[in-house]
Design a protein. Structure first.
Length: 171
């Protein structure tokens, strides 16, 4: 007896397989982002690449918040096809993400969480790390995507998403 696989079942499996590989950063942002500039080049001379839109990811080291905004310190990791940081690959160093659209809860953006960020290179910021003045490339966040063990959380960080009547998911 032959078994026939129905067309709806094949279609459903195809849709599910495609959705697992979907990009987390919007198409518009991906189209504008620099694709051929390695992280290491920008890390070595962030001032030269000021104003370039990039998509980076990695693991959160620390999140600091103040009245002026939030800074996320990230250990860079190469991104896979769906823009998820690959923890099995080596790191090119650290970078900072500046988020000026409101308060980000440091408990929600905790150490070890994977993050993908699209942002403009704003130059370099120096912060002390164990008695060493460490130079960080600084990104101004445009879109942020958090990865966690329970699924993902998208934040499209343009200011028009932030209204007092539309509370941020991590307030």
């Amino acid at each position: 007896m032959k078994r026939r696989i129905s067309i709806p079942l094949i279609t459903l499996l195809f849709i599910l397989s495609i959705s697992g590989c979907a990009h987390v950063i919007s198409r518009e942002t991906r189209d504008m982002a620099a694709q051929n500039i390695p992280f290491q080049w920008i890390a070595e001379n962030p001032e030269r690449y000021r104003g370039i839109l990039v998509i980076w990811g990695g693991e959160i080291i620390e999140t600091r918040s103040s009245r002026q905004g939030s800074i996320i310190e990230v250990l860079q990791r190469p991104l896979g096809y769906s823009e998820e940081p690959d923890e099995t690959q080596g790191s090119g160093g650290r970078f900072l993400v500046s988020y000026d659209y409101g308060f980000l809860n440091p408990v929600a953006l905790r150490r070890g969480m994977k993050i993908t960020v699209a942002g403009m290179v704003e130059g370099e910021k120096r912060i002390g790390v164990d008695d060493i003045d460490y130079p960080y490339p600084l990104l101004m966040a445009r879109e942020i995507h958090l990865w966690n063990e329970y699924g993902t959380v998208d934040w499209h960080q343009q200011p028009w998403y932030q209204y007092p009547s539309y509370p941020h998911p991590y307030y």
